[in-house]
Ligand binder design. Structure first.
Ligand code: APR
Length: 262
């Protein structure tokens, strides 16, 4: 009888098209806070008396750029002060093993790119923290660290407009290109969909898993806590990404043969 991780390794070996979906839990092993669950950023109001989802919203960036940037800067400093972990590196290796292994991430920390995941198969559905751009004239500035060390909110050197990161703030639309790529790839179908470290709080995260399963894909989840997905996937592995992913890769590397469907 195969262990759950051996089953997942076998599903990966047998799959041609793979979709890996990641959330803040993957970067929790790099020391970054998650948004929900134990110690999550959203568990309490900010010390400005508003929920973090309001502070980090599009309307707040327009209404009170200084307040919004106070919390954007906290996120930015946390990301700049941390590194990708072995979980990110294993995912990049899985993408090297399968030319049709795609990655959909909700994380804005840039760790997947830094760990070697190819840009052309990376869908950053919530955008990324840099390069900053001016909301008035579009001028770009990719030195986030320098901007975070200076006065906030960062102002455009050309027109003094308020700069912002290309992230999706609350109450903002998802990036059209990312959505288009995601649904274009979903249209081609996936044989395996693996959700890692996400509370599956959004329909555009849950739907790809359920849609793939409905057409026969093998679906799996790696998360120390159960989520709305846990009872709806073929295989739920209770564990931290940093513990499970290296073991998964070790089983995949040993025998790359597809024996039978798990
Ligand atoms: N390994 C794997 N999963 C983990 C780990 C770990 N070491 N630690 C925590 N988790 C799980 C938690 O159990 C939780 O289910 O990671 C998940 C993190 O959930 P959220 O904090 O909700 O993060 P995420 O799912 O990425 O949130 C989605 O919400 O507000 C937006 O922009 C924000 O991108 C974020 C999105």
């Amino acid at each position: 009888m195969l262990s759950p991780i051996e089953q997942l390794a076998q599903a990966f070996n047998c799959a041609e098209r793979v979709l890996i979906i990641t959330g803040a839990g993957l970067s929790a092993d790099s020391g970054l806070p998650t948004y929900r669950g134990v110690g999550g950023l959203y568990n309490s109001n900010t010390n400005d008396g508003v929920p973090i989802e309001v502070a980090l919203s599009g309307p707040m960036l327009q209404r009170d750029p200084a307040l919004c940037w106070k919390y954007l800067a906290e996120l930015g400093r946390a990301c700049l002060g941390a590194q990708p972990n072995q979980g990110h590196e294993v995912i990049a290796q899985l993408q090297r093993l399968k030319p049709h292994c795609w990655l959909l991430t909700q994380n804005i920390d840039g760790f997947h790119r830094a760990a070697g995941s190819p840009d052309e198969r990376l869908i950053e559905i919530h955008g990324q923290l840099a390069p900053l751009y001016c909301q008035s004239c579009g001028q770009k500035d990719d030195d986030l660290a320098r901007r975070l060390a200076a006065a906030l909110p960062p102002l455009c050197r050309r027109c003094a407009g308020v700069m912002r990161p290309p992230v999706v703030l609350f109450e903002e639309m998802l990036p059209e290109k990312a959505i288009h790529t995601l649904y274009e790839q979903l249209g081609e179908g996936f044989d395996l969909v693996l959700a890692i470290g996400t509370s599956a709080s959004f329909p555009y995260i849950v739907e790809p898993v359920l849609r793939a399963r409905a057409i026969g894909a093998f679906t799996a989840e790696i998360n120390p806590a159960r989520t709305d997905l846990s009872d709806r996937v073929d295989l739920y592995i209770a564990g931290r990404a940093l513990d499970v992913l290296p073991e998964l890769l070790s089983h995949i590397s040993v025998n790359r043969i597809c024996k039978s469907s798990p």
